[in-house]
Design a binder for this molecule. Structure first.
Ligand code: NAD
Length: 502
């Protein structure tokens, strides 16, 4: 295990003031400077690729393929998109045309919040640092980064490289555990972006509330998989197992447990077994270098069932546990390891009821071919993200927001959503005054009847007519049938009129 040098507690305040001063210089107002910083960040990663891969191997036993694919390649692609899109994202936005206000040229400007604290977890020690960091830089903020002490080799490498590539007046790291981080969360900051467990997320949100600091919380939880009888069983087994295999199940959107409809449970288990053997080359143990280990003893200790374990190597093999009762301890909190409980259900309603009885998940996965089944689960449940016949892929799709709801957090990572909805970018409205007093003369006292009449003429509410009753809740299909009938009647009437005239 690598060791990480913690930042001395009395340094932390100095680091924060340096960043606050750096932000005040106004350097980040220049989009060109932000793009330069973003490219520096990209080249920090690209030029030190092999060192990052080695650091993740030390921290997580991470296979090279997973570090390349899930961390490095996707980050470099995301930075490229951010640099290319920044001018467009940063453009001030107008408002819909309104005769009353257009002359004032109302606009929304996207301005940075200031100095942001970013706190990140251990499980994707590159991707989860890069995503909020690139959004924060793109939006023109200064950043104090607290990466995980539980990925010491990777966090140490970030600490070494940051000052060589990025402007130290604008990006600084603070390393440590609870004491060091608490020093930061209790300070007055412009915003906090926290990714990690719900327990710590609540502590961070409470500390930030003291100063009314806005917070983004990217949390975890139990993401269920629903396996319906209509699905392609082989493909389902392959994709679900891969979801649990990657990073030894230590992914916030990893499929946490499976609700399988009883009628296909046996077929599904047989397919899982076949897939498992194909992943590990037959009956033998997982080949070295293709499966991560659990990161801390705390996480190894939480896994209580199944599979071969080697505590000294923090290794737990990918394990599937069937017929798990709903009140089993495995079902009480996020598993965050390569253990997959399977719960048989009679039907889809039972699966939906079970999902809805818990916290809102970060992701729900539905394996079904029947569109009605997919629609039913989407309409009757709630989660941050959802994928059909896939696991985890939704996080990588360019343009989609990634974030939780309820206990899985709030705010978004990724792309323009990270830049904008992450709330690292403030929306500041402006209007230009112009010769509007010819139109708005009535706003000045004394308030005579003429003022009130003139005001009412301008401030028309524009509401449509009051509805005669609630709308019909019948399906869209019958409404469009009704429309078609009307069209046909109109055509027939027109034809009849024409015939009469000729
Ligand atoms: P964690 O909550 O233990 O730690 C995350 C960070 O919080 C670390 O940097 C840690 O030093 C810091 N921290 C710990 N105690 C703190 C305190 N009292 N005050 C302030 N900061 C403190 O999480 P972890 O074990 O590193 O990561 C696993 C969790 O993160 C899982 O629950 C997983 O689902 C979640 N996660 C969520 C996402 C997402 O995008 N939604 C992504 C990855 C991981």
């Amino acid at each position: 295990m690598a060791t990480l040098q913690y930042t001395p507690v009395d340094e932390i305040e100095k680091i924060r003031s340096r960043l606050q001063d750096g932000f005040k210089t106004g350097k980040t107002k220049s989009l060109e400077y932000r793009k330069y910083q973003l490219l520096q960040l990209a080249y920090l990663l690209k030029e030190n690729r092999t060192r990052f891969i080695e650091a993740m191997r030390i921290d997580l036993g991470r296979p090279v393929f997973e570090s390349e694919f899930y961390e490095i390649a996707s980050c470099l692609g995301d930075i490229a998109v951010t640099v290319k899109s920044l001018d467009k994202w940063a453009k001030p936005e107008g408002v819909p045309f309104d005769i009353n206000w257009f002359a004032m040229k109302p606009k929304t400007h996207k301005v940075p919040k200031g100095t942001i604290l970013i706190i990140t977890p251990f499980n994707y020690p590159v991707w989860l640092v890069m995503q909020p960091l690139m959004s924060a830089i793109a939006a023109g903020n200064a950043v104090c980064l607290k990466a995980s002490e539980n990925a010491p080799a990777t966090t140490g490498l970030w600490t070494e490289l940051m000052p060589k590539y990025l402007d130290p007046d604008l990006v600084q790291m603070v390393n440590g555990g609870v004491t060091e981080t608490t020093r930061n969360t209790e300070a007055e900051l412009s915003a906090v972006s926290y990714t990690g467990s719900g327990t710590v997320g609540r502590i961070v949100a409470m500390a930030a509330a003291k100063h009314l600091t806005p917070v983004t919380l990217e949390l975890g939880g139990k993401s269920p998989v629903v396996v319906d009888a209509s699905c392609d069983i082989e493909m389902t087994a392959k994709r679900v197992l891969l979801g649990r295999f990657v990073n030894a199940g230590q992914t916030c959107v990893s499929p946490d447990y499976i609700l399988v409809v009883k009628s296909v449970q046996d077929k599904f288990l047989a397919a899982l077994e076949r897939t498992y053997k194909s992943f590990v080359n037959g009956d033998g143990p997982t080949p070295p270098g293709s499966f991560s280990h659990i990161i801390t003893d705390r996480h190894a200790g939480e896994v209580i069932l199944g599979g071969e374990t080697d505590a000294s190597q923090k290794h737990i093999s990918l394990s599937v546990i069937t017929d798990v009762p709903k009140d089993d301890s495995l079902m009480s909190e996020e598993i965050f390891g390569p253990v997959m409980p399977i719960l048989p259900v009679e039907d889809l309603d039972e699966a939906i009821h079970y999902i809805n009885s818990g916290d809102r998940p970060l992701a729900i996965y539905v394996f079904a071919d029947d569109k009605k089944i997919k629609d039913k689960v989407r309409n009757e449940t709630m989660s941050g993200t959802m994928a059909f016949n896939e696991c985890m892929i939704q996080v990588g799709v360019n343009g989609l927001p990634f974030g939780g709801t309820g206990a899985s957090g709030y705010g978004y990572h990724t792309g323009e959503h990270g830049y904008k909805s992450f709330r690292i970018c403030e929306q500041r409205s402006t209007t230009l005054s112009c010769a509007v007093d010819k139109i708005l003369w009535w706003r000045y006292p004394p308030y005579t009847d003429a003022n009130i009449r003139a005001m009412k003429r301008v401030m028309r509410d524009g509401l449509p007519a009051k509805p005669k009753g609630p709308p019909s809740l019948s399906s869209g299909k019958s409404v469009s049938w009704g429309k078609w009938v009307m069209v046909l009647v109109a055509i027939a009437a027109a034809a009849a009129v024409k015939k009469n005239r000729s």
